[in-house]
Design a protein around this ligand. Structure first.
Ligand code: AMP
Length: 395
């Protein structure tokens, strides 16, 4: 796996695909700079070597050229974070981009206009990719969040760089952490799968059954499994058409020697509301009119016990409706258990879908080994799919 550390960028122009798809407020100010900060190590390395950086990214979902999606709005924020005055090119291809690149001196940074102002970016157009390729000597992909898309800047452009292409440090870290969990894991390996629906996790479950020792199932997914086993789930969320699938998963897990841990008790509420009446009940005896919204106390003790013995932990999805404080306890207790296990030497990876929101909200992001930045890309990796953006660098 080639990374930026395998190249000397002295006197070279690095064409770097970054993920600067950041949220902006109504005054077009950046409200969350996480993604810009995440790209800094790669940019710093190129500049330190004595090279220059041509940064390309998308922002939002523009239909053609829409001023509110111009990357011009983030130039000053990027300059502040990098500590370098960032230049801006009015377009990502053509004369304005090429002239700006030609004028770029070593130690300088240029940001190109939004790639998605051209439909050819998303369609992965070859001619458009070739135009992009003229803007750098070495192609660096550091955008994990779009690595599952075969777009021009994430995938197709790579073919114009033969052996002059590599992963940026952020993307390399994402790949390494997936590798650590799925392929080079220290046993016992535990996957925690929570969140709302079985249907959105089924690909992950199927892929990891060969790789893990324990699967903890929580959150809204629980009830499809419990109902399929004949339990009473009251008004809890359930995907009736996935019951057979749930039974098939349990059978396959048993055949493969994977221990599946489901909640034994839950906090049930008489409405989907933070001020609802609540009671703790057995997971398979939820009265009609009540719905399970969080893991119960016995469940939390049991899950923490499994986590404490694990050496590798993958966490995807909350154990309850954590957005409502009264149903956040299961998620918080699980996060604490994972934090403790990590402090004791386990490797823990959080990612895929929306899990990162829960982890950040409760401050666990600094207490786990790695928090993935790429929701959909991480999900697809965990499902065992090869991401086109990664493949394009490896080829
Ligand atoms: P996901 O994006 O699939 O990881 O799902 C996350 C969502 O699942 C969160 O917004 C939670 O509120 C929701 N969730 C977790 N547990 C439950 C539950 N028992 N009932 C309904 N929704 C839940």
């Amino acid at each position: 796996m080639r990374t930026i550390d395998d190249f000397d960028f002295k006197n070279k122009k690095a064409l770097i695909r970054v993920d600067f798809n950041v949220p902006l407020d109504e005054n077009l100010n950046v409200t969350d700079t996480t993604r810009i900060k995440a790209a800094k190590p790669t940019i710093d390395k190129v500049l330190k070597d004595g090279g220059s950086c041509v940064l390309m990214s998308h922002l939002g979902r523009p239909k053609g050229k829409e001023e509110k999606f111009s990357l011009r709005h983030i130039v000053s924020e990027v300059s502040t974070i990098l500590g370098v005055a960032v230049k801006f090119a009015e377009d990502c291809i053509g004369a304005s981009a090429e002239n700006a690149v030609d004028a770029l001196q070593h130690g300088e940074v240029l940001l190109l206009e939004n790639l998605r102002f051209h439909d050819e970016e998303k369609s992965g157009d070859l001619a458009f990719s070739e135009q992009l390729s003229k803007l750098g000597d070495i192609y660096v992909n550091d955008a994990f969040g779009t690595a599952h898309r075969a777009h021009a800047s994430t995938t197709i452009v790579a073919q114009f760089f033969k052996d002059k292409k590599c992963f940026g440090s952020l993307l390399a870290k994402e790949i390494e952490s997936i590798q650590k969990v799925l392929h080079e894991s220290e046993k016992p390996v535990t996957a925690v799968l929570g969140g709302a629906k079985v249907s959105s996790k089924i690909g992950i479950i199927k892929n990891i059954l060969d790789k893990v020792d324990h699967i903890i199932i929580g959150g809204g997914m629980t009830y499809t499994f419990i109902k399929a086993q004949g339990g009473k789930i009251g008004d809890s969320i359930c995907e009736d058409d996935k019951q057979q699938l749930a039974l098939d998963i349990l059978k396959e897990a048993e055949e493969k020697g994977v221990k599946v841990h489901l909640p034994i008790d839950v906090v049930a509420a008489d409405a989907f509301d933070d001020s609802a009446n609540t009671q703790v009940v057995d997971v398979d005896k939820i009265p009609d009119g009540w719905q399970g919204l969080d893991a119960g106390p016995k469940t939390n003790v049991g899950f923490s016990f499994v986590i404490a013995q694990s050496k590798t932990i993958l966490w995807n999805g909350p154990l309850g409706v954590f957005e409502m404080p009264r149903f956040a306890k299961g998620t918080i207790e699980l996060g604490n258990a994972i934090a403790d296990a990590t402090a004791d030497g386990a490797f823990s990876l959080v990612g895929g879908g929306d899990s990162v929101a829960a982890v950040k909200q409760f401050g666990f992001d600094t207490k786990v080994s790695y928090v993935s930045t790429g929701g959909g890309a991480m999900l697809e990796s965990l499902e065992g799919k090869t991401l086109p953006g990664i493949e394009a660098i490896l080829n």
